[in-house]
Write a protein that binds this ligand. Structure first.
Ligand code: M7G
Length: 206
């Protein structure tokens, strides 16, 4: 018996850059799409754990049809909640990433009708592991999408949009088992793209 997931999910991998000539598009690789719990474990049991990946690698687990990029139509008005684990030696990143993926595919990060969660990401960097949840909106009016088109066309008020994002942040913080005094930060992708890095200024914290 196979247990279907609510959505189909695609795993992506960013290869570490080998030199200067590589651009983002050459490094980002689609790995596999799955739609059942059993297929998820099959994939999980056959890929390298995060703790064994080289520096500058990423895993991205996104809803099928959404590329794990700022430029994707479903991401370009969005942002992400993220946290950097700086004590790389003491943190169990494999367990943290597993819990993050299970929260995504088990749809526990949001109420399903919210339709905000696009995917989850882990970045392996020299000074930290960064784990993030990408959302479709930044919880406010998106300019240029027509009259009254609030929060990406879901007919929400900016207050409601923000509340939904805050709830996702709080649930993600629980998944990461962070102490209350540690802050998860939200930032819009537009800022990330402009600053040339994900280390953009935080708009919300939880
Ligand atoms: P990062 O991996 O988000 O953070 O971005 P880091 O600075 O901590 O490593 C690293 C670099 O990868 C960026 O400066 C971009 O050159 C590239 N990059 C990352 N993302 C998520 C994207 C993306 O969505 N689109 C494009 N075009 N480049 C990206």
């Amino acid at each position: 018996v196979k247990h279907p997931l609510s959505n189909r999910w695609t795993l992506w991998f960013t290869k570490p850059s080998s030199g200067k000539g590589d651009n983002w598009n050459d490094l980002l690789k689609e790995v596999i799409t799955f739609e059942t719990v059993e297929e998820f474990w099959g994939v999980y049991n056959n890929i390298a754990p995060v703790s064994e990946l080289a520096l500058k690698s990423d895993y991205h687990l996104f809803k099928e049809g959404v590329r794990p990029e700022w430029e994707d139509p479903q991401n370009k008005h969005g942002g992400k909640w993220s946290y950097q684990f700086k004590e790389k030696r003491s943190v169990n990143i494999d367990e943290i990433w597993l819990h993050t993926m299970l929260a995504a595919i088990g749809e526990t990060l949001e109420d399903e009708e919210d339709g905000e969660v696009m995917g989850v990401v882990v970045n392996v960097r020299k000074a930290f592991f960064r784990v993030g949840v990408w959302t479709r909106t930044i919880g406010k009016h998106i300019p240029g999408r027509g009259d009254g088109d609030i929060s990406g066309g879901k007919g929400r008020s900016p207050e409601k949009g923000k509340e939904i994002l805050m709830a996702i942040g709080r649930r993600f913080k629980e998944v990461l088992q962070l102490p209350a005094n540690e802050a998860l930060e939200f930032s819009g992708h537009t800022e990330s793209a402009h600053s040339g890095s994900s280390r953009a200024r935080a708009k919300m914290t939880v």
